[in-house]
Unconditional design. Sequence first.
Length: 186
Amino acid sequence: MSIDNYEKFLTTLNNDLNKIFKYQEEYIFCKEGCSFCCEQGEYPVSELEFEYMKLGYEQLSEDTKEVIKKNIQELKNNPQKMYKCPFLINKSCCIYKHRAIVCRTFGIMTETKDSVKVPFCHKLGLNYSNIYDPKTDKLSMELYEKGNFKIPLKPFNLEPQEVMNFDLAKELNLDFGERKRLIDWL
Ligand code: SF4
Ligand code: SF4
């Protein structure tokens, strides 16, 4: 893998995602130490992303590596569809710079072909909670209208095939390879 080329790709991707987060900032309450989105997920990642995550892992202290190995072993002993990411330690991602692409999209209301998904943390008083009505368990147009928001509420399609710039990937000669759940790479 060409690390330089993948990092160039990530720089463009991060810029694109930052614009989306900025656009929706009135509804976003992500902050350091908030890690619910890394505690229940499948985390699909491509082979290329996984190779990059491994580079992040190699830079960690031996103690941290031991904690991650233990987390992985516990997951292997007790397989679950949705699981806590083994790289999450004390509510913090220990390979943050090297995290996968899906990790960079957590927190935005997402539109797919068939549905609109609001980040689950709206029920925890976090993203989009300012327009969530717990009584109906739905986003509330009434709260939206009362809120006087400057920016319209808008879902984005953040599926990998939409969010990734494949022309740039081709130009940079990147081959993402197979995609599977993080735990299945480990
Ligand atoms: S790699 Fe980091 S950001 Fe991604 S799910 Fe794991 S802990 Fe969260
Ligand atoms: S997406 Fe939700 S759970 Fe994740 S950091 Fe943001 S506010 Fe916290």
